[in-house]
Design a protein around this ligand. Structure first.
Ligand code: ZN
Ligand code: FE
Length: 236
């Protein structure tokens, strides 16, 4: 069993999400994409955990900036794509696409989704039905193409679409409402209207929109709805 605790970082500026994950019953824990140390340390104190690992989805500063501070404070090991060993702060352990990495009994499959950056990975806990998508998949949107092409993004999205509908996804930023209007204008539907209403309610209560199931996201996110590269290119 994997507990997932979203932690809003750079609130009101970049609205990153870091995640504290705790494997039950071993209590082995990890931080995913530590953007900012202070809110993460507060959450770790509250739950009385010392994260053994820091897992990164990609090298951008807004996902790795607190790697070194947390590593020093907790003695955590930084785990990231071996291909990013030179540009991930505090890199310790390399993982490879197609292989796995275990946090206690919770096992993550590493999926390469190079497009937003080369070497961007998903952390997919198949048994727990949870996937951390970094800056590849956001609610109702996808990440920008900093180091990849539309073809790369299409291939990445096919990998995400191949995951089961009941998997819950956790993105690297809270961007839902920024893209809601565009999603509505591209493909209005009852489901999308309900999605946006729920998002507004969650945010007004100070809660993250995540998690949303991939099944719902596949129906509502215009980038996942694109059936081929041409359709994707029209909206990227
Ligand atoms: Zn990024
Ligand atoms: Fe980011």
């Amino acid at each position: 069993m994997l507990q997932v605790h979203p932690i809003l970082c750079r609130a009101g500026v970049m609205n990153n999400y870091a995640y504290l994950i705790i494997d039950e019953p071993s209590k082995i824990s990890a931080i995913i994409d530590p953007s900012e140390a202070e809110p993460i340390i507060r959450k770790c104190k509250e739950l009385q955990v010392k994260p053994q690992y820091i897992l990164n989805t990609h090298h951008h500063f807004d996902h790795t900036d607190a790697n070194l501070e947390l590593k020093e404070k907790y003695g955590s090991q930084v785990v990231a794509n071996i291909k990013d060993s030179e540009r991930i702060r505090g890199f310790d352990i390399g993982v490879e696409a197609g292989k796995t990495f275990a946090i206690g009994k919770s096992v993550a499959e590493i999926i390469d989704v190079s497009a937003h950056t080369q070497g961007h990975i998903l952390w997919y806990f198949a048994k727990d039905k949870v996937v951390f998508t970094g800056d590849t998949l956001f609610n109702l949107c996808v990440g920008g193409l900093f180091e990849g092409t539309a073809e790369d993004m299409f291939a990445a999205l096919q990998k995400i679409k191949s995951l089961p509908d009941d998997v819950l996804f956790y993105p690297g930023h809270e961007y839902t409402l920024q893209f809601a209007g565009e999603a509505l204008s591209l493909a209005p539907s009852e489901e999308l209207i309900a999605y946006i209403k729920r998002a507004q309610e969650r945010l007004s209560q100070g809660l993250p929109v995540a998690p949303v199931s991939l099944g719902i996201e596949k129906k509502c996110n215009p980038f996942l709805r694109a059936q081929n590269l041409t359709e994707l290119k029209q909206i990227l």
